[in-house]
Ligand binder design. Structure first.
Ligand SMILES: O=C(O)CCC(=O)C(=O)O
Ligand SMILES: [Fe+2]
Length: 544
């Protein structure tokens, strides 16, 4: 196997100590790091080692829960929730050997927080940590705004995590330990990619190494040049930051979003054990308007940007399916998953429709009742597949399926199955090929926006690791969505009709009751009159 080429690169360490007094110096250092490497470490950031370790402890408690419990908070395209071995990087064409749980501050998290009964204090601990990381991010944002000639609060306003439409994400990551085999099998951890968000802040645990960078991107629509990697070794207590594609385009390509990976261990000295990391992705609120000072790229909103990135999920998965590459081991269960998502989409549409609190509760409960048997079915299938995978642990062509790649994400010429080895992902989706084959500078796509969307990291939803039939899923999801919307609309109309009818009825009944009361009162008066007349007549008769 070809040895990885390494090169020493200076990854700047920048101290945030005495931030207010040193802001100009810090800004200069950050801008230089962003323009040259795209990666830097931060010291004196104000988050204590204890806080970081406590967060890792909480993350470990979450990941040690059974899969069927974690599956109750599944990933969805709002970029929240849990997924397992479902993120296919175009560079490798195979899912990363990891699980992750994405958490946000705002409304996207509805129903997706793991309950305290499973991990005590989970939500509270995570949110407290997220606030701390947000504070560090805000300092960096002020400096980057200054560096680009924007007002100090320019990026702060659009990354306000107190707003319900905030999209910033904390991602807890857990890479599984991989076997130290020598048979060329690659267990991808995080295949080479550039982050598609604004700014990433990464926490790693000492000793759990593997993060590597490959800089050299000139414009956000192109891949990196060269094939030389640099290991990112971290000083205890420091945190790692990197520029994402969004900030690269927002800075008209001045700041660099650098390719990086968590190396698939395969060489002496590599770390094969479990790895936990925590990434905090700063993302603008949905209504943020994004355009660089020189307007190099078309204007786009935060919501559109996320939607583009999410589309890439589906595009990459579709391309992978169409190219005939199996999606990994989880081919079974696709119909279940399709229908589960469809049910979810339908109900989601209902929930987002006209329904209000009590009805919403009813719909939710109803959804869980419908979804539970499907989930159980899927879990059983998955357990069976896991068991068979463990059984064949060393010989099974694992996640690379019929598309073996080496540790740099390049296809190897040794097919692992009877299928032809040319069933690789389309070249335009194989960023790592460009990233590592250089000097090959390739532009693709006619518009920068499309190209940028292609270059972003595709995540696959948790559910897709089952090999969901996407065209079918989309159809059923569309149907369900249509149903959901119609249901929500007609439900809303019915509620309105019912309300008006009851108001009219109540008025009618009140008028009728009032009428009856008047009649009764009149009758009483008449009776009283007749009775007193009768009494008077009787009295007169007696007197006579
Ligand atoms: O786990 C890591 O250290 C890196 C993760 C990463 O690059 C990502 O999730 O984008
Ligand atoms: Fe990343």
């Amino acid at each position: 196997m070809e040895k990885t080429k390494y090169v020493e690169r200076d990854i700047p360490e920048i101290s945030l100590a005495n931030f207010e007094q040193r802001i100009d110096e810090i800004t200069a250092q950050l801008v230089s790091a962003a323009e040259n490497v795209g990666f830097f470490s931060i010291a004196d950031h104000g988050i204590s080692a204890d806080d970081i370790e406590t967060m890792f402890g909480t993350s470990e408690s979450f990941f040690s829960l059974p899969d069927e419990v974690k599956a109750t908070v599944p990933w969805n395209p709002q970029n929240v929730g849990w997924e397992k071995m479902s993120q296919v990087r175009p560079s490798t064409g195979a899912p990363d050997t990891k699980e992750s749980y994405q958490l946000q501050f705002g409304e996207n998290m509805k129903g997706l927080w793991m309950s305290d009964s499973h991990v005590p204090g989970f939500r509270e601990n995570c949110l407290a940590f997220m606030q701390r990381v947000q504070k560090v991010s805000e300092r960096l944002m002020i400096c980057f705004a200054r560096g680009l000639g924007f007002p100090d609060d320019f990026f702060l306003k659009v990354h306000d995590t107190t707003r319900p439409n905030s999209q910033s994400v904390m991602r807890l990551l857990h890479y599984y330990a991989t076997p130290e085999t020598n048979d060329g099998t690659i267990h991808h951890r995080a295949g080479a990619h550039a982050d598609w968000g604004f700014l990433t802040i990464l926490f790693q645990r000492e000793g759990q190494s593997g993060l590597e960078i490959c800089p050299g991107r000139d414009v956000v629509t192109e891949f990196a040049l060269g094939d030389k990697w640099t290991k990112v070794d971290l000083k205890a207590g420091d945190i790692i930051c990197n520029i994402g594609d969004l900030l690269m385009s927002w800075s008209d390509d001045r700041f660099k979003s650098t390719f990086h990976r968590v190396k698939a261990p395969c060489e002496p000295g590599d770390y094969y054990g479990e790895r936990y990391s925590i990434a905090f992705f700063n993302q603008p609120c949905k209504d943020a308007v994004i355009q660089g000072p020189k307007k190099k790229y078309p204007e786009v909103t935060g919501e559109q940007f996320t939607a583009n990135a999410m589309k890439t999920y589906f595009a990459a998965l579709k391309a992978k399916r169409e190219s005939g590459i199996p999606l990994g081991i989880y081919e079974a269960g696709q119909d279940d998953m399709g229908s589960l998502r469809a049910v979810g989409c339908g109900y989601h549409a209902c929930i987002c429709g006209t329904l209000r609190k009590p009805t919403l509760e009813f719909v939710r409960r109803h959804f869980y009742i419908q979804a539970r048997p499907l989930l159980q079915n899927i879990t059983l299938k998955k357990q069976a597949l896991d068991a068979s995978l463990n059984h064949h642990a060393t010989s099974f062509p694992y996640y690379s399926g019929h598309h073996p790649t080496n540790h740099q994400g390049q296809p190897t010429d040794k097919p692992v199955s009877k299928k032809p080895s040319n069933t690789t992902a389309p070249d335009h989706l194989r960023s790592d090929v460009y990233a590592t084959r250089g000097p090959l500078k390739t532009k693709f796509g006619s518009t920068p926006r499309t190209a940028r969307a292609n270059a972003s990291t595709p995540h696959l939803p948790y559910l897709s690791n089952m090999g969901v039939n996407f065209s079918k899923l989309e159809e059923t999801a569309d149907d369900a969505l249509g149903f959901g919307k119609t249901f929500a609309r007609s439900f809303g109309q019915n509620v309105q009709i019912a309300l008006w009818t009851s108001i009219v009825l109540m008025i009618f009944i009140s008028v009728a009751l009032a009428g009856i009361a008047v009649i009764l009162w009149r009758m009483l008066l008449i009776l009283e009159f007749v009775f007193s007349a009768y009494k008077r007549e009787m009295k007169r008769a007696k007197q006579k």
